[in-house]
Ligand binder design. Structure first.
Ligand code: 9YW
Length: 420
């Protein structure tokens, strides 16, 4: 596939998954709007259709809750092809949504799209309208998910992390009960190979948490303390910190002084707190289980994604060396779990496969820190994967086998970002 063919193909994927005011991640498997998928897909749109990129984020933010939370899925239209649907979540909204959130990369996307926009007037109008909403979401995070004011927020559900079945959650997830979860029929395994997906046992625990939060009426002043799962993920926190950092900068330039000052303070505090998650032995960050206070000794991509935050240069250099080590045991960077670790599974979702969106964010962080050789290498691996195996949801880092859903929106968006 030459460069132009790849670009044409990527745009075709985006077009096919476009539902007018939002995109679905892929036809069949994921028939609704997902939060971080939309933000990252907007980056791809913005390279050739700026108004469409802004619409994607406008639609997402139009479903923000009154408390500031931006939900992880918006169920724009009924579709029986996905479980758990609106009836399981029971959030009682006119246009149904889930009751949990996802990585807040929208702030980063808005700022990036604004800064490179050709239509400056539209970009300024959109950013002025969107920044207060994005900022309210960031404030919601620190208020609702960091009640002790540590500078780091906790996830209350693996689905919030975006890395649903990561090895990072295994030990903590054992403590999430399954009692009271009735029988249900999964739909994901009819669209994708069950060997590439989370297990039934994990699904029972996912649903137990949903039922628990629903029993508390989705009241975010109660959920954090009531949740048996409270995980501090360096990757997730890095995304939040980077978004706050970018918002601080753009809001400052747009004269939105209060948002700028508050965002700067949140980002600075977050960067300082990230230090508590650094693991010198591995040369990357690690998760913290807030319910036990234990560090989670799990060599996953979450701790490498920490580099997306504006961390000290020597930390970024160490992460670059860490990726170099991972390259010794795989063919395509960056595996979502260390292939040398016993839990590694090259085909199963977030337990080993490569995800282009994560590669993109890690590369962006490395680029900021001047680690350009590693960036070129990662970007090169992304394109080799697509050339070999197409626009899959994720890929085996050793064989390049395409996994999960095919014809995937954010994979296509990242290819457009890399090629432009
Ligand atoms: C699910 C849509 C979503 C992503 C997540 C990914 C997966 C959905 O797909 O979750 O039902 O498990 O883990 O990050 O947003 O692409």
């Amino acid at each position: 596939m030459n460069r132009q063919d790849m670009m044409d193909h990527a745009r075709q994927v985006m077009t096919d998954n476009d539902r007018g005011t939002y995109t679905v991640p892929t036809h069949g498997l994921y028939p609704f709007q997902w939060n971080w998928d939309s933000a990252l897909s907007a980056l791809g749109f913005s390279q050739y259709d700026e108004p469409r990129a802004w619409t994607e984020i406008d639609t997402l933010m139009a479903h923000q809750w009154d408390d500031g939370m931006v939900p992880h899925i918006i169920f724009h239209q009924p579709d029986d092809g996905y479980f758990p649907g609106p009836d399981v979540w029971g959030t009682g909204r006119d246009v149904p949504t889930t009751g949990i959130t996802q990585p807040p990369v929208a702030g980063f996307a808005v700022c990036r799209i604004h800064d490179r926009a050709k239509d400056k007037a539209l970009a300024s109008e959109k950013a002025r309208a969107l920044l207060p909403k994005i900022h309210a979401w960031h404030q919601w995070f620190y208020r609702s998910r960091d009640p002790q004011s540590t500078g780091l927020v906790a996830l209350l559900h693996p689905w919030e992390s975006g890395r649903d079945n990561s090895v990072d959650w295994d030990a903590a997830f054992e403590r999430v009960p399954t009692e009271g979860v009735g029988t249900f029929t999964r739909r994901d395994t009819t669209h994708a190979n069950p060997a590439h997906r989370p297990t039934d046992d994990q699904y029972r625990r996912y649903i137990w948490l949903v039922q628990k939060f629903r029993s508390l009426n989705w009241d975010n002043s109660k959920l954090h303390d009531a949740s048996p799962f409270q995980m501090v993920d360096p990757g997730f926190n890095a995304i939040l910190i980077r978004s706050c950092h970018k918002v601080a900068d753009l809001a400052g330039r747009l004269g939105m002084v209060e948002i700028a000052a508050q965002s700067r303070a949140m980002a600075d505090k977050g960067v300082a707190a990230m230090e508590t998650l650094w693991d010198e032995k591995l040369g990357q960050y690690l998760c913290l289980d807030r319910t036990t206070g234990d560090v989670v000794d799990s060599p996953s991509i979450g701790g490498i994604l920490g580099v997306f935050a504006p961390i000290p240069k020597e930390r970024a250099a160490a992460i670059s060396r860490r990726i170099e080590t991972l390259a010794e045991s795989c063919e395509y960077l960056i595996p979502s779990h260390d292939p040398a670790a016993p839990e590694f599974e090259g085909l199963r979702y977030w337990r080993g496969p490569v995800w282009l969106i994560v590669n993109y964010m890690i590369s962006d962080g490395l680029e900021q820190a001047g680690e350009t050789r590693m960036v070129d290498r990662i970007m090169g691996d992304c394109l080799r994967l697509i050339e070999t195996s197409g626009f899959a949801e994720y890929h085996d880092p050793i064989t390049a086998e395409p996994c999960g859903g095919a014809h995937f929106t954010w994979t296509a968006a990242m290819v457009i970002e890399i090629l432009e």
